[in-house]
Design a protein around this ligand. Sequence first.
Ligand code: IVH
Length: 687
Amino acid sequence: MSRIDSDRIIELRKLIHYYNKEYYVNNKSLVSDLEFDVLLKELESLETKYPDLFNPNSPTQRVGGDITKSFDSVQHKYPMLSLANSYSKSDIEDFDERIRKIVDIPFSYICELKYDGVAISLIFENGQLIRAVTRGDGTIGEDVTNNVRTISSIPLVLNGEFPQMLEVRGEIMFSKSAFLKLNQQRKIEKLPLFSNPRNTASGTLKLQDSSIVAKRDLDCFLYAAYIDNSKFHKVFDHYNFLSSLGFKTPPIDQRFIEQVNDVNGIMDFINFWDKKRGELPFEIDGIVIKVNEVSLQNEIGNTSKSPRWAIAYKYKTTQVKTTLEDIIYQVGRTGAITPVAVLNPVEISGTMVKRASVHNADQIEKLDLRINDVVYVEKGGEIIPKITGFDISERNTSNLPFVFISNCPECNSKLIKDDGEAHHYCLNFYMCPPQIKGRISHFIGRKQMNIDGIGEETVEQLYNAGLVQNIADLYKLTKEDLLPLDRMAEKSAENILVGIENSIHTPFHKILFGLGIRYVGETVAKKLSASFGNINSLRIASFEDLCSVDEIGDKIAESIVDFFSQDYNNKIIDQLLESGLVMETEVQKDSNHSTIFKNKKIVISGTFKNISREELKTIIEENGGKNTSTVSKTTSILVAGENMGPSKLEKATKNKVEILNESEFFKLLEELQANDKTKQFKQGELF
Ligand code: IVH
């Protein structure tokens, strides 16, 4: 191989990447199409001559050609969360109030456009794109690298100073003009037209043939960078960094992104784009509001689904009208009855809608819905469309007021509706089939016990065959039980049994989530497992013990006490323990872990001279304490920094909470650590 040729390949790749970036990211045409093509052809012919120098990130690979038969599943290093939605000024005020309860120092918000496309995670190693993964369920996505390589505005090779590993998140979408062009072409080819840019972007990313993707002109805006131990202070630092590496980020000068200080600033941005969004070259489905300061984002934290420090504001969606044909009922695993509207099928933004949610009896009454009414249906941020009203001018006098059922549609038990509860409930917890099956399905779910090989259909079969009547029965199944089931091959039976066996080692908080205690979701389960450490402490916890845990309120505490007061549940838990499930946390197992702040709730407020708030939080948690955000009578210590708000100080004094400044806190830490070591040493001496 000639040295000159290999140098030329490197040079051409650099040059074409550069022209490409200037054109697709910065809208600058530095060479004519002809000149560009000549360079590309030269590179292509050199690469054909030297196949050993193949590089998947060469600009020649943008045209695609790789076929992906099935997309590999990839686990995200950082979960890809979604955003909570808001729809009004008062929702935004509530969001702001929630933030200000936690943060008592001055801060700002960043408002951005919410691009209506498909979320993507791009992984770069040593500046080279190595993987592109869809959001999937937020934990596991699909590897769509071959298709993403064809998107011209995504750099395949980074410029400037980049870390060894970099993950970048953004949104892949169609511009309105690219979408129009695609449909015009399809019209000429007499192919069915696509209904909207978002679904088409999502479908395009899943095409097997990347050369078709290359022709479709997808675009991408990037909005976040993930680097271990990053030094970003503000959201803007992400943007400046991403832009310096060659990514397409939203232009600041066109008000695509703006820093504001309060709700009024947020509303200005929202109202501006409500009027102007039609003029944008791409579709947005709302606005995203983020707390600007990264340290505060970390302090405010996330739920299992979405960050608490950000929210999406959704613009009103278009309404359609159709006939309400019937209302049917579904029974959930908790016995909650959900009415579902059956509609005369109607198209909303490209999808056929046959069912809509009507939430509960109160909602039906409030909307005064009657069968055969012509109703308004909206598909907003939620996946399930909802009925928002009916057209009085089209109401027939024979349409009678709706009467909600009084007995369970599945087991015929009398339904109960407590004061303050939105739903009717079937209380036949032990015998109502959808509740039993629902609990089993919930238990085996991916975020709970993650038992492979059992889907809802298998649960149905196992239940109908009388093999599994509760979650503990799963661990008693044998191959002989499974083989007689319909369509159950030897291999599937083995997979199921291996899946069940593997689930025995599931961490405590996931088992707890899997038990299906009402109001105990993934986040609450984590809190309970961290606070009580094992199932037996939790079983005997009183209402007050439970309420003293951060973020556990009366409703959750009551539900937990009620759950463990029932013999049926305790028997199932005993059986699970007998089957080998370990219902205690790793920390409990590891007795060397420092517990000097065990059961201590510590609030941090203000700023500190020698340590960041994040580092302080880590110290508290590593020593078994809990860092909470609001001062109450159960708070043990308030670590008071500089510039702290007066309200926390006032509350702490009122509730007789110990108040320590930075140096006093570290003195206490040192003392406790010294005592702790002595204790360990003495215990050691005994042996
Ligand atoms: S920030 C933790 N910023 O909206 C999520 N998301 O509904 C942080 N999206 O999954 C996301 N534009 O795919 C962010 N400017 C923007 C966005 C944006 C669109 C998408 C994103 C996310 C979804 C949540």
